[in-house]
Design a protein around this ligand. Sequence first.
Ligand code: GLU
Length: 329
Amino acid sequence: MSDRWGRYAPSPSGPQHLGNLQTALGAWLQTRVCGGGFILRIEDLDLDRSHPQHSSKIIEDLRWLGLNWDVGPGAGDVSDYLQSHRSAHYHAALEHLRNADLLYPCTCSRRDIRTIASAPHGPLGTVYPGICSGNALPPQFRWQSEVDHPAAVRFRSGTGRQSFVDVVQGQFTCDIAREVGDFVVFRRDGLVAYHLAVVVDDIAMNVTDVVRGGDLIASVFPQSCLYQALGMRPPRYWHLPLRMDESGERLSKRDGAQSLATLIDSGMSPEQVIGILASGLGLIDRELPISLAELVCDLDESRLIEAFRSTCPDNKYASQFRDEADQEL
Ligand code: GLU
């Protein structure tokens, strides 16, 4: 196996819709076409919103489509792919950041922040106005997940401009202090926050290519700050087009967007569903049935990138970060 690794990292908070599966296919194809290994990581940190039955359904859906993995359920130890079993990794990273004096406790409520913050609510939420930044973590503070803490813990994200080039969507730039601000890495309810968990996992799992939905593009900025603070280089990012419904809105688990079960019940074969997803990714020009083997054998890395780019991915989730001096892709 090559030294490239990719992953699909769903949160088991509801049944997957076709948009999620389209991302899964894109991530799987990237590793298979580029000769890398593929990880199925279940992001079940938020125990209130995650349910084992959704994880089982995700696994079943991916298997039905034929999207196999090298590390994930049935391949490796649970602590290799299930976030709820990886706390020790997150706590070690938090200790590292704490020793570098990059963390502070924050007692502000969301309402406090919204009242004081001057920055508008962007794709990364309200930029924290720094009210608690003079605080220090008391020496007795422990990363315990079962107790409610009086404070959340924020990461000092620093200042300066940060840019990155997304393989699919081009160049994005932001002003860290003004547009990202200090963000929460450890929540008041004792859970590790999304940005920290994703970065720690991608580092530990040697992920070189992060292929995910375009709605997450702005999260590259806080995540890159964490890579830097942990002394690591960020991976290559590929943010894919999102599947929209007829009214142009992105599909959502909450709205009960079309699930795979509905298509299977209507008698569709895996090849028919792959055809629908592959067309959404710009890989074929009509929704005709196609097998995974046929898709892979027609592609190399540059054709894959060209196809993803041809969908003109909507980057409304990061339009404020679009680099004015964007080079031609
Ligand atoms: N778990 C996240 C989601 O389902 C994806 C995280 C990532 O790919 O970085 O939206």
